[in-house]
Design a protein around this ligand. Sequence first.
Ligand SMILES: C[S@@+](CC[C@H](N)C(=O)[O-])C[C@H]1O[C@@H](n2cnc3c(N)ncnc32)[C@H](O)[C@@H]1O
Length: 347
Amino acid sequence: MKVAVDILKPHIQSSLYTLRALKEVNDYVFQFGLLNRVSSFFDQPLRNPELAKRYQKDLLNEVWKTIKWDRDNIIKGIYPASVIKHRSLWQKTQGMVKILMDYPQVISRRKKNQTLIQKESSDQFPDYFTRAFHFQSDGYLSKKSAELYEQQVDILFTGLSDIMRRSFFPFLARSLPRDRHLNILEMACGTGRGTEMLREVFPNASFTLNDLSPHYLEYAKDKFKDLNGFKYINGEADKLNSLEDKSFDVTFHIYLFHEIPQETRIAVLEEQIRLTKDDGFIIICDSLQTRDRPEWKEVLEDFPKRYHEPFYRNFLEDDFKPMASELGLTLVHEQKVLLTKCLIFKK
Ligand SMILES: C[S@@+](CC[C@H](N)C(=O)[O-])C[C@H]1O[C@@H](n2cnc3c(N)ncnc32)[C@H](O)[C@@H]1O
């Protein structure tokens, strides 16, 4: 009997994982469809219907590969199943209601191509930041924006954004002992989704979270309020002067580079080099770039046509490998997961 259970267990786990993942995708496909209908009614479709049709088979194939990749990592114990942080149906419904209530403003901004935000405190931020990224209300500068953010990203990536964020987890899980005390820095953490999942892999680690938006950082802080060993720094990722040289085993950021100008990307990487220990890891995790999948060029280029992403076009062509090499870094790992790629460097 025990032998039979042992044989069947991975198959049952695997089927349960797949069912949950497919349900998650289905929930967000529904939400995307709803928003797209509303947007299309106002002549602002969220995707190019012709492109969506042409690339549908290819993308569905990749979605399936993505789910299998994550499932295998969990079944093989590379990272624990607790990294999965699905919202309940009730949370999704509440979130969707809030998103729909805010949506007339988003559509109006998109129609007028209104890309800047007016904030009384905007002087304290660099110009590139005080924008209505994605045409979202208040850009990154309000509590409301922080509250809507995670679900909006999940809608955009049909429930697969967390799996993409986990692209560098298998490498770290294999390379670093989980019982060792580690110091990990997440720059531009947003609402803290990356750390929320990574702490399941490294429960003994101390995490420092940084973001330029005080509201997003506050949201993350609230999430981790019952946990010890967390520090928070509000400010620019390339100016973390209060942190000591070589004090982190890992420094990473997720979806930062496509939202900042090229010179700021270099400055952030330099700051990562300053802050990371000699045997530590420096991680860039962001969107795929054109050279990663030239056949998806049109799909990637369609994104900034519909969402305000002023630096994305430049990002698509930027090349971080020579940039890192000039700064003395060696690429030790690269992983692509659906529309995301992580690059992991050592000094
Ligand atoms: C696309 S969001 C990604 C957030 C989060 N990493 C995630 O996985 O969802 C970009 C984040 O970068 C932050 N940000 C932009 N420029 C920054 C800078 N110079 N320094 C620190 N954070 C910055 C924004 O406030 C926002 O939270």
